[in-house]
Design a protein around this ligand. Structure first.
Ligand SMILES: Cc1cc2nc3c(=O)[nH]c(=O)nc-3n(C[C@H](O)[C@H](O)[C@H](O)COP(=O)(O)OP(=O)(O)OC[C@H]3O[C@@H](n4cnc5c(N)ncnc54)[C@H](O)[C@@H]3O)c2cc1C
Length: 288
């Protein structure tokens, strides 16, 4: 085996996208999704691997022009503890801090969590609430080319994303929720850690005189992709959070999700759980 040919570790995004285009290699971030798959023989090990972890440009959290910018190689532990994220998007810090266990979070990256495109990806739901934008880079004729996509357009199915061959997720951006908005995220599983969500729900609201003036709802593990709950949002908009409105929102949520039955839970159970989590969040918001 020629290790240096199969395993590349570029140090800049420019080198990375060039290597990705030329070598047609698999990108390795924390490896917490990839390595178990290779070692269990679920997929054949790749011909070539490009390690992203030495690229400093893919790390860090900053504030730029009112937005929070997160490098794709930030680990979930770092995100859970980051002061800017804890201040501007505690809902994202909480979700990152509840993935798996400390050992996994110390390696797992936000970029890997999104690009792996699991319907259960825990960081995806808070990022849907935040209307996050993903920055993608590739090698073009004149050098580096970039484009950006709203997170809701990134997921295409279980394990499938809008990434083109050779394209890399470089940064995740969002504007902090307005002062006065509230947000919550929760996941349900049968144990408190090392548990892929049976279902997860996120809710963000702005209220004016008790009336909902802005709403975001997101679901995990109950559709082929992390999903924005547009019907549930519509049921809330311009309404006071009365018992009837909350019930209508639950019905809309249960209708717009499309859960499957698997080893973790049945389809009907997942629909029920989503409604219960959403009701609890809405009741909490109404009483706050
Ligand atoms: C025991 C265990 C428990 C887990 N529990 C949870 C859980 O509770 N919740 C949860 O959401 N996840 C969970 N996971 C899944 C996993 O830890 C996360 O999805 C993690 O964030 C993946 O990040 P990574 O850096 O390890 O990705 P990697 O394994 O390195 O990569 C994953 C995929 O993304 C691609 N990729 C990575 N970075 C980029 C990039 N910047 N641009 C383009 N493509 C990229 C890789 O090529 C690969 O296809 C668990 C995993 C394990 C092993």
């Amino acid at each position: 085996m020629q290790a240096c040919d199969r395993y590349q570790a570029p140090t800049t995004i420019e080198d990375l996208v060039r290597a990705a285009a030329e070598k047609k290699a698999t990108l390795l971030a924390g490896g917490t999704d990839l390595l178990p798959r290779w070692s269990k023989g679920m997929v054949a090990g790749p011909e070539r691997v490009i390690d992203l972890k030495r690229i400093e440009q893919l790390k860090g959290v900053s504030r730029v022009n009112g937005e929070v910018v997160i490098g794709a190689c930030m680990t979930l532990s770092d995100i859970a503890d980051d002061s800017v994220i804890c201040e501007t998007a505690p809902v994202l810090a909480e979700a990152a801090g509840r993935v798996a266990c400390p050992q996994v979070r110390n390696r797992a990256t936000i970029g890997g969590n999104l690009c792996n495109a699991s319907p259960a990806a825990d960081t995806a739901i808070p990022l849907i609430l935040l209307d996050a934008v993903l920055e993608l880079a590739a090698s073009g004729p004149g050098g580096l080319t970039t484009r950006e996509l709203p997170i809701t357009e990134f997921f295409r199915g279980p394990g499938a994303t809008a990434l083109r061959p050779g394209e890399i997720l470089t940064r995740v951006r969002f504007r902090p929720l307005p002062a006065g908005a509230c947000a919550a995220w929760d996941k349900f599983g049968t144990r408190p850690s090392m548990e892929i969500a049976v279902a997860s729900v996120g809710l963000a609201l702005e209220l004016e005189n008790e009336t909902v003036t802005w709403a975001r709802v997101g679901y995990g593990s109950v559709a082929p992709t992390p999903l924005r709950g547009r019907a549930a949002e519509a049921a809330l908009m311009n309404n006071i959070l009365s018992t009837e409105v909350i019930a209508r929102c639950q019905i809309a949520a249960r209708k717009e999700i499309s859960p499957i039955s698997d080893v973790r839970a049945g389809e009907a159970y997942r629909r029920e759980i989503v409604g219960v989590m959403l009701r609890r969040m809405l009741e909490h918001a109404a009483s706050a």
